[in-house]
Design a protein around this ligand. Sequence first.
Ligand code: FMN
Length: 313
Amino acid sequence: MTMIQVDAEKCTGCGQCELVCPHNCFAVAGGVATIISSNCLECGHCLAACPVSAISVVALADPLYFETFTELEGVAVPEPGGVPELVRLLRSRRSVRNYSAKPVPLSLLQYLVKIGTTAPSGTNSQLWTFALLEHRADVIGLGDGVAHFFKKLNKKAANPVLRGLARLFAGDSLGRYYRNHYKAIKHGLEAWFDRGEDQLFHGATAAILVGGLKKASCPCEDALLATGQILLAAQQMGLGTCLIGFVVEALRHDAGLREVVGVGSDEEVYAVIALGYSAEKYLRPAPRKRIAGRVVKLSRGKTSYGCSRSSLS
Ligand SMILES: Cc1cc2nc3c(=O)[nH]c(=O)nc-3n(C[C@H](O)[C@H](O)[C@H](O)COP(=O)(O)O)c2cc1C
């Protein structure tokens, strides 16, 4: 199925789509962008970056609608004038996967951490942990550790005997990994080790590891809420960000790597934010797909709550 369409009449072959696409779905040839992969993430980067609006993404043809004023009519909002601005900020944040070499000053990273702590926390425990990687060399160092973790994991997953044994004694997580991630990780590892390309941190010059002490009542939720505040504040400061789940996964399983970045046995890292000055430019917000999960309105009956489906248009 065609997931992306390029209007060849409009396309100027500028290559912005090729630059921003996280899954390398585009190639510019003969002055026009063509689709070379069906591996589309449906993130909308391409249509948000295209200067001549030549791209459409099928899954985003009927997106969520974000005009706030009519939706909010009759609702008490403290500063109604500020809501569209806030929604603009929320919608303008993108996961950036191309960074310039310009470093992010440590003071900015520290300020972002302070902003992170404006988030709510379970029982107001505020037991966050933050680790700052200020220099590109530090980011590469962590990336190297992560790459070695995945190299070992890929070697294990490639072995059918090990996959079979793992399924017998520990569930099918190794098999699932093999089916869903092995190939992409193999390509990423070749890029990292053979060509010196950074498909993990995407060239980010800095990173913030957000975690929490395990004794907190909701350390994971607290960390992710702080992370959300940081992503938005960074966007407003003109910084690009991208969450890097692969690093979180490696830190969860690799004790040696945890030691390298000083994660104690009493804490866990729940989010890794790649940060830097973006080398990508987005001209408009990307649409959001309609919600795939359920949105229901609950109303209390005599013995239980009844659900009625409501739609977000
Ligand atoms: C928990 C989590 C982990 C993610 N991990 C990665 C990652 O390892 N690499 C990456 O390039 N993007 C990662 N992303 C970014 C998502 O792909 C991105 O948020 C999604 O495509 C929507 O695009 P947007 O953030 O630009 O709106 C992650 C996002 C989340 C929420």
